[in-house]
Design a protein around this ligand. Sequence first.
Ligand code: NAD
Length: 340
Amino acid sequence: MNRTVLITGGTGYIGSHTTVEFLQKGYRVVIVDNLSNSQKEVLNNIEAITGKAPIFYQADCTDKKAMEQIFQDHSIDGVIHFAASKAVGESVNKPLLYYRNNILSLIVLLECMEKYGTSHLVFSSSCTVYGQPEKLPVSEEAPILPATSPYGNTKQVNEEIIRDFAHAEKSSLKAIILRYFNPIGAHPTALIGEEPRGVPQNLVPFLTQSVAGIRKELSVFGDDYNTPDGSCIRDYIYIVDLAKAHLAAFERLFHDKSPASSVEVFNVGTGKGVSVLELIHSFEKATGEKVPYHIVARREGDIEAIWADPTKANKILHWEAQTSLEDTLLSAWKWQQKVR
Ligand SMILES: NC(=O)c1ccc[n+]([C@@H]2O[C@H](COP(=O)([O-])OP(=O)(O)OC[C@H]3O[C@@H](n4cnc5c(N)ncnc54)[C@H](O)[C@@H]3O)[C@@H](O)[C@H]2O)c1
């Protein structure tokens, strides 16, 4: 088949796992990444897993000249756009950096796609666009609520930019927006995984680092929420299952003759809500390790509970999460033991 896919942010956490899935399916993969939040060695590990090397450009997606060069060098059939700054807390203190990086990257990319005749796009969005939904599980029909951080706002604005551009006269853009829930875990080979810089912002890397003795203990933010055990509830999706959703979305862009519109949105989650305390106990059960944790006050900005209704992705993309929470947490632990 030999289609060529451009993966922006392809050496990052989700991008590297997605690159593996595409290479294993026979795609040619071109990665562009400025390495602001990832390492070049990831490329060797991708090759060790797949036996194939992605083509790599170290460049910034906001750099129009560099991006045009990639489109001139390769006939790009479609793009998966991961490249973005993603730390919610940091975005509150550095909003301009987040708006510049996340919004400008998409605009430059769409300009290049238009100029070089590339019509197919899969975009990384997030369940943060739903805020605290009134109805759970949350479906794609739920209203978008005002963003609570500049990062969250960049996802909402990017979704709007994609819709506006797709609906413009003469635009040939066909896009799928994937709203991820909480990606966790690592590739079963433990050759690629999440490598947070500094103090991890997300629960699972913090948890595994606490068990490994890198952090003193895990703080559980609040046990007085209106949930069965009082801790927050999220939908944790295994990273390889999430990567496979991109393959399903990409293939739909090419193979489906009549999509409902030129922009479709899909939730990518398991459909199961898991509380922070449940996750800790599942980790202990899966690995036999004790998690050092203590309960602290609620953290500002955290929503109480969210999990996906993934029915639309199950039916239309023929995709569903396959991996159990225990296996997912084991993969995270295996990865932690490797990188420590
Ligand atoms: N991980 C999550 O929990 C999560 C949840 C929802 C949505 N997302 C979105 O998924 C995407 C990928 O997330 P991730 O967890 O893999 O993050 P990541 O930081 O591991 O990967 C992003 C990659 O993009 C690169 N990058 C950033 N800005 C760039 C630019 N201007 N030009 C070129 N490269 C650039 C970084 O170096 C990094 O390798 C992001 O858009 C993120 O907002 C992530």
